[in-house]
Design a protein around this ligand. Sequence first.
Ligand code: ADP
Ligand code: MG
Length: 568
Amino acid sequence: AENVEHMSFQAEAKQLLKLMIHSLYSNKEIFLRELISNASDAADKLRFEGLSDAALYESDPDLKIRVAYDKQARTITISDNGIGMSRQEVIDNVGTIAKSGTREFFNSLTGDQAKDAHLIGQFGVGFYSAFIVADKVTLTTRRAGLTAEHGVRWESKGEGEFTLETVTKQDRGTEVVLHLRAEEDEFLNGFKLHSIIRRYSDHITLPIVMKKEEWDEESKDYRIGDEDETINQASAIWARPKNEITPEQYDEFYKHVGHDFEPPLAYVHAKVEGKQEYTQLLYIPSHAPFDLFDREHRHGVKLYVKRVFIMDDAEKLLPGYLRFVRGVIDSNDLPLNVSREILQESKDIDSIRAGSVKKILGLIEELASSDQSENQEKFRTFWKEFGQVLKEGVAEDFANRERIAKLLRFVSTHDERAEQMVSLDDYIARMKPEQDKIYYITADGLKAAQSSPHLEIFRKKGIEVLLLCDRIDEWLVAHLHEYAGKPLQSVAKGDLDLGKLADEEEKKAQEKEAGDFQDLATKMKEILSEQVKDVRITFRLTESPACLVADLHDMGGNLERLLKSAGQ
Ligand code: ADP
Ligand code: MG
């Protein structure tokens, strides 16, 4: 037809789809979970926009998801009456497989099938999981608020191209038809579909309906009737008593809110009563999303008021340094028409936020301090994936600074392990009796830190030094001046006064030696007057003849380099 426009996916798309079909095939029924999850998100979006524009509901206010199958046509259809999509939205959301991070994703592929399957699970392919079982997918949609002639039909065989067509669609929302691959007939079965929906999508809060089936004696088969039945519980999982929720149900709910294929690392589910009443079900993912450091990142915590969805990713609910947390917060006190603007001002939100931060920090502390190896392993994973982000909290969250500092982990000269595993408490427990400071060095990388001449005197005296090599560390120590009453001191800054750690006799000998070399130092300072501020005699070196030091109040060398590279 004239109306049909042919378009191509990005270059990586074909490869990505092939890889996905291959690696997710052993768990292929998840396609239904993904499509239902999208339908549910579309209903949430309609609810949110409907708060300010009730006309979007048209004459059809009962939001639901329908699943149907047709044995003759060999299709499965998932339809919703959610927000729908405009033509441009279809191009942007469904015509673009490669989301942010795709390039990084491809770079991280190893060629090892098991590892890559794990990676693709982390990347999340959502809608495209339809192609695991379908060799053609037809999506027809019409955005709420647009007229029936503004329907759009998208169709693809998942081989690099798709077509777009303008159609008339009476009902608002989206319908996805999967034309099953030859070998996937098992899905053309009501029982099978019921059991997949119950298993993966029970927690979806709106009804997922199918037509009831009746046994037909004549054809000796089930016949699809006219009456609807709801397949899922359609109740908010977080509102149920904890002991009625299975670990699998917690996991499946996470995969929906977290847009993740992998189960979470840990969760906390709590009901808070008193002045403020709210329920929180918050998860820590088991891996960082590809866009953790992308300012445009999304999919955080959903806000509900009395079980009614209000908004996605309400940034006021958690501070930036906990942006990796996923889940829901359901308030009993906020007004149903709460907007982002109201949230900005709301005292209620401030206390919900403070309570949620406490819960998450508590959850991390639990993992960190557990003597069970399973939890210790989880904490290591947590630190590896999110430690960098948590460090931001030292600067961002003054009230919880000490608590966050307690969770920090570093590499140190104590055992030279490359993995960050030394806590400040570990360090303090190993401090020399006369030592009153926590010593650290910042550097561009672990090698640079380890070979720094600044460490010589500390090695000689057996004093532990923390090796801070992450980009954010300079920022971290700029905000963390002390921990448990012990000041943090850079070994590369100022006059290194080892205080009581240097004994009296040693000091006297040094003073004499310093006198002997003073002339040399003065000469050198004259010669180097353009390059350096001062030349000092030091006893901090044991092997290297000289080293560069920053003034106590100057920027550290690493921060200076960082600012320079940022053009400052
Ligand atoms: P994600 O759900 O993580 O955003 P998906 O691949 O599952 O990723 O979906 C991609 C996008 O396509 C969604 O973000 C949404 O904008 C759009 N989309 C998919 N299904 C629907 C639907 N049923 N109704 C409206 N929009 C949809
Ligand atoms: Mg999705």
